[in-house]
Design a protein around this ligand. Structure first.
Ligand SMILES: Cc1cc2nc3c(=O)[nH]c(=O)nc-3n(C[C@H](O)[C@H](O)[C@H](O)COP(=O)(O)OP(=O)(O)OC[C@H]3O[C@@H](n4cnc5c(N)ncnc54)[C@H](O)[C@@H]3O)c2cc1C
Length: 373
């Protein structure tokens, strides 16, 4: 446990109380820091999201002392791809994933942060950085470390001069819940010519449906006929929530920290939502960051952050290759059928069960199968 004589010397100030900010706060508390989290919103905070928490994300959360009660989530056992009349599925190598309403996840994380002794300042806007800390609605709050977990359009990133990026792409997402019993043990990813739809079971009577495309004007009702199987199932289902939109941004920053500021979660870059990995990445970054703050070594955070993000970014690239290539998708489905170990192996890599060597080996095997399918 770190104990500093001066309170401000031991103070971590987290800007943003979404999943990333709360995870950062929990990890920092585990290392003995005093932690304040400020968020302009009031919990439980909702946000358009596919609401799938992969097995590695569940494990990372548990390490932070957060367990999602089974009554607050719905387990699923793998991923199913559907393109036209072709489909393939794969089960996770170990454990299961949760479909969990974003508001439930937030509530459970807030409760864990309260138990851990994090000071939570809801409804408070951080208005700037200061050489000695942060400005909260104009007032100075001193802190040794500042964590920018203020989401994809992070202002902390800009204030800290960390906005320079090596890569940036964005797509548009719309999400709505439907009141219907989940029909599958899988999180389903449906592909069509100009968009994808993913369906996550979130409780025994509800599924979350997220549409992703490059067209800012494309809404769920217009896109659903392109997915006849899903459209038929949802035909008589009542809406469980309003349709809400969000950007899904692929961003690779040149630097994720500088001085006393470190970025985390979507503020620190991000992978396309199609990977379903945003939350897990944030939880792993939170543990890493707390270790690095403890060791007074943000250089290590910079290096390791890149390593953590690399794998998810490669997976996103692979999946986005399929976006507008129906022929390639059909070959992929056929390859998955012809080589039943291929999809489970790729899924295993996706949830962190495999090395870069495995990744290279599986990519080669996949490439070969695509050529011969
Ligand atoms: C359509 C879609 C589907 C997705 N599906 C999945 C999925 O299935 N699984 C998965 O793991 N990930 C998924 N993701 C990604 C995941 O939602 C994000 O990675 C995650 O929400 C990032 O959390 P965060 O805490 O970094 O940011 P946010 O959740 O955006 O939180 C940022 C917080 O900062 C606060 N804030 C901002 N500025 C200030 C300020 N100046 N002062 C005070 N507070 C401030 C905001 O109020 C907000 O609460 C999806 C994303 C999208 C868009």
């Amino acid at each position: 446990m770190v104990r500093a004589a001066n309170a401000a010397e031991n103070q971590v100030f987290v800007i943003g109380g979404g999943p990333a900010g709360l995870a950062a706060a929990l990890a920092a508390r585990q290392r003995g820091f005093e932690v304040i989290v400020a968020d302009s919103c009031v919990p439980p905070i909702d946000k358009p999201c596919g609401e799938g928490l992969m097995p590695d994300g569940i494990e990372a959360l548990q390490r932070l002392g957060v367990t999602i009660p089974a009554t607050q989530a719905h387990a699923f056992q793998g991923i199913r791809f559907v393109s036209g009349e072709l489909s393939a599925d794969a089960v996770f190598p170990q454990g299961f994933a949760w479909g969990v309403r974003r508001t439930h996840l937030h509530r459970v994380m807030v409760e864990a942060a309260e138990r851990a002794g994090v000071q939570l300042w809801w409804g408070r806007v951080v208005t700037g950085l200061d050489p000695e800390g942060v400005r909260v609605q104009g007032d100075l709050v001193r802190a040794r470390w500042i964590v920018g977990a203020d989401g994809s359009s992070s202002r902390v990133r800009r204030w800290a001069g960390l906005d320079a990026h090596l890569r940036k792409k964005q797509r548009y997402a719309f999400r709505r819940h439907y009141k219907i019993a989940p029909w599958s043990q899988f999180m389903e990813l449906h592909w069509a010519a100009r968009c994808q739809l993913y369906v996550t079971p979130v409780d025994p009577g509800q599924v979350c449906v997220a549409l992703i495309s490059r067209d800012p004007g494309l809404r769920l009702d217009e896109a659903l006929p392109e997915f006849p199987e899903v459209a038929e199932r949802l035909r008589h289902a009542a809406h469980g929530s309003m349709e809400r939109g969000a950007l899904t941004v692929t961003r690779k920053l040149a630097n994720v920290c500088g001085g006393r500021v470190a970025l985390l979660g979507d503020a620190s870059g991000g992978v396309d939502a199609i990977t379903g990995e945003g939350l897990c990445l944030a939880f792993r970054q939170a543990v890493l960051l707390a270790d690095c703050l403890c060791a007074n070594d943000l250089n290590r955070y910079q290096v390791e952050h890149r390593r953590i993000a690399r794998h998810a970014a490669r997976m996103a690239d692979l999946m986005l290759l399929l976006e507008h290539r129906e022929g390639l998708r059909r070959r992929l489905m056929r390859a998955f059928r012809a080589h039943p170990v291929l999809f489970p192996r790729m899924l295993a890599m996706h949830v962190g069960e495999g090395s870069p060597l495995h990744f290279a080996g599986n990519s080669l095997a996949l490439g070969w199968s695509l050529l011969t399918a």
